[in-house]
Design a binder for this molecule. Structure first.
Ligand code: NAD
Ligand code: DAU
Length: 358
């Protein structure tokens, strides 16, 4: 273990820390490691929200940096100024549907933005990588779509099917290539679908929670039989903490929930939990399910084999799906102002465009 307790002011740059997963990672590291200075760099796109970090924003080991990873000059200037010892890179365009409408913005942020970070990190430490690492947060979508019986292993070939997953796959390759070419110590983790507090309501679970609250249609793509492997976001943050501290450099770790659900079954469970919490008759919200045209290139199934992480680092998910879903619904029901702020912004025009048939 190279980091804990050794250096008083070990500086970690976390990118995308105002987003969904990033905010949980920032909170965890700020709360658990007084000996680190945590810098959160975020452009505050539609998906970034400083409300997510209200509880830790005054902490002495936390600094927010407002800026864009696509801006090479800005990125070089902050690396020169703060000399970050390590990077945990989450900033990305993350929504598959938006990548279908506008692939270029995904190329800019997910590929070029990542390269700007890699170059700035390399310029700083190329002569001596001791104690440094670049940890890149990626997705299981880089492996493509699964047949019925397989699971995604770290050794699977990449076969991305959407502009989003192609851009993430490309950034993974660049990180690994910098590891080979410049001996940069790196880690990559590829995680399955996350859910939990603070997720932007364009993704399946928070979108449907938002719509059930408002008694609006629940737009289910295609036949509703696509399968995803769901993980509670705090369990992802715990895994990232563990991999950052104990993972072996130049390695990839798959992270997953051991928790596969067909979309239609998940949605029925969500509807019933919501009906119960809202005091509505059970079955009420299921009537809102509306089949809509399928997502182009819609991957049929994702499912992670996370046994490397389990056996080598001892990680397993800490909550069951039902517990995680229940906590998630409770969070959205008690944070309606957070939702209302989003519902009143750019989100509405996105929604109208994406779901024009409703
Ligand atoms: P998100 O969309 O909620 O947050 C992304 C954050 O990055 C936002 O705060 C946004 O403002 C910031 N950002 C976007 N473009 C930027 C730029 N050019 N410069 C600086 N900041 C920028 O995403 P998320 O769901 O929290 O995902 C975080 C990371 O985890 C992504 O890299 C994503 O690919 C990966 N991932 C997500 C999931 C999931 O289920 N959500 C699963 C596996 C991996
Ligand atoms: O697997 C990890 C990935 O999970 C992450 O890398 C992505 O950042 C994240 O967005 C997520 O991608 P998905 O495309 O799987 O998530 P999404 O919530 O968009 O969709 C989940 C499933 O629900 C998928 O099969 C499509 C379906 N869906 C989604 C929406 C938004 C619907 O049926 N209707 C919808 O309106």
């Amino acid at each position: 273990m190279i980091l804990e307790g050794k250096l008083k002011k070990y500086k970690i740059l976390i990118t995308g820390g105002a987003g969904f997963i990033g905010s949980h990672v920032v909170r965890r590291l700020v709360n658990n490691y007084d000996n680190y200075s945590i810098y959160n760099l975020d452009a505050l796109t539609y998906a970034g929200n400083l409300e997510n970090l209200k509880d830790i924003e005054e902490r002495p080991n936390y600094t927010f940096l407002h800026g864009n990873i696509n801006d090479e000059t800005f990125i070089n200037s902050i690396f020169d100024k703060f000399m970050f010892d390590s990077v945990i890179h989450l900033a990305a365009e993350s929504h598959v549907d938006r990548s279908i409408t506008d692939p270029l913005v995904f190329v800019k942020t997910n590929i070029l933005g990542t390269i700007n970070l890699l170059n700035a990190f390399k310029s700083l430490w190329f002569d001596n990588w001791d104690g440094k690492k670049f940890y890149h947060i990626s997705t299981d979508e880089v492996y493509g779509s699964l047949d019925d019986l397989d699971l995604f292993l770290e050794t699977n070939p990449y076969k991305p099917n959407s502009p989003y997953s192609a851009s993430k796959a490309s950034s993974d390759h660049f990180v690994r290539a910098y590891g080979e070419t410049y001996k940069m110590p790196y880690l990559i983790s590829n995680c399955s679908n996350n859910y939990g507090p603070c997720q932007f309501p364009e993704k399946l679970i928070p979108l449907f929670i938002n719509n059930i609250i408002d008694d609006k249609e629940l737009p289910l793509y295609g036949d509703g039989n696509n399968i995803r492997d769901w993980l509670y976001v705090i369990d992802h943050a715990i895994a990232i903490d563990l991999i950052f501290h104990k993972g072996e450099n130049h390695n990839t770790y798959n992270i997953g929930g051991f928790n596969e659900w067909k979309n239609i079954d998940l949605i029925k469970l969500l509807c019933n939990l919501m009906d119960d919490k809202l005091g509505r008759a059970i079955g009420n919200s299921q009537k809102l399910i509306t089949y809509v045209k399928d997502r182009p290139g819609h991957d049929r199934r994702y499912a992670i084999d996370a046994s490397k992480l389990k056996t080598k680092l001892g990680w397993t998910p800490s909550v069951t799906f039902k517990e995680g879903l229940s906590k998630t619904i409770d969070w959205y029901l008690s944070n309606q102002k957070w939702l209302a702020n989003i519902n009143s912004g750019e989100y509405m025009s996105y929604y109208k465009n994406q779901y024009s048939e409703l």
